[in-house]
Structures are given as C-alpha cells and as structure tokens.
Design a binder for this molecule. Structure first.
Ligand SMILES: [Zn+2]
Length: 167
C-alpha cells in the first residue's frame, strides 16, 4: 500500500478595530461560523483551517500551496468560500487515485475556543474529503500569551495529512 504524508500551515490575523473588512464579515474556521467574534483580515473568507488542510493535502500529492492556484490578488477570490478550495483538491485526489485517510490538525489561538467548534469542523472535513470522522484529530493550544496567536491577534493552524493510493 502506498502512503504519502504532507504538512501544511496557515495563519491569519483578526481585523483590527476600525479597519476596513477584507473578504470576510464573519469569522469562519473549518467551515464553522463563529458569530460575535472579529473576522479575519483576508482576501477570501480567511478560513485559516481549510487553508492549512489544503496545503497539507496538496503537499502530500506533490502539488503547490493554495496561493498558486487561488492568488489573493485576484478579484475572483475576494470573499470566496474556502470550501471550494477543498473541492478543487478532492478532484485532484480522484485524478491521482489517492484518498485522505487522516488529518491531524493543531490550532494555536487565544480565541475562539476551538473545542466547542471541533465537532462541526470534523463533520465538514469528513464530507469534503469523504474521510471517516475518526480519521480527523483536532487539538488546540492557547499559546500561553506568548506568540501573536496566544496574544489573541489571530489564529495559526498546522496540519499533517496522510493519503493512500486507491487500488
Ligand atoms: Zn489563508
């Protein structure tokens, strides 16, 4: 059986007080809307978790990072629902006869609290890649007030993806 592993990372900062919004008006993490929280400053919807997962799966397949396919200078990408980026990748997986079997995700931030969101995020990822819920792990770390993420300035996500060749 052929296994491949990829690592991916992304980070976005929250919109500052009085700053003009970019592509996002609501905070979205892993496809889950977090009402009442500052959104990300981003060109697309800024879904940092989806972007990190994209980069990990793309890396496992020997592809490029997300900006290569969806440049943040393009007007078309403004406010774009990042789920569409994952659908692009699930086509690539099918093309190359690979399947995602595991996503191991680490989120570092002060807010929002990730544990309350992880069920919804896992369900979204399971649907996007047709992977079992048990194959998706999400752990969170507060950053202890040290990193910019730990100071509440934004969110950083690191993902390791494992894919297998379908017979
Ligand atoms: Zn991003």
């Amino acid at each position: 059986m052929t296994f491949r592993t990829g690592i991916g990372k992304d980070s976005h900062r929250f919109l500052a007080e009085g700053e003009a919004p970019g592509g996002a008006s609501v905070l979205v993490i892993g496809g889950v809307r977090v009402e009442g929280h500052k959104p990300f400053k981003a060109h697309s919807d800024g879904d940092v978790l989806y972007h990190s997962v994209f980069n990990a799966v793309a890396s496992a397949l020997g592809l490029y990072s997300i900006g290569h396919y969806f440049p943040d200078t393009s007007d078309k990408e403004r406010g774009r629902d990042s789920r569409e980026y994952l659908l692009f990748l699930s086509d690539k997986l099918a093309e190359k006869s690979y399947k995602v079997v595991n996503l191991s995700i680490v989120v570092e931030c002060k807010t929002p609290k990730i544990d309350g969101l992880s069920e919804g995020i896992k369900a979204n990822l399971a649907a996007a890649f047709n992977v079992e819920i048990e194959g998706i792990g999400i752990t969170a770390t507060s950053g202890e007030g040290v990193s910019p993420w730990g100071q509440g300035k934004g969110v950083e996500v690191t993902t390791v993806a494992t894919v297998i060749k379908c017979q």
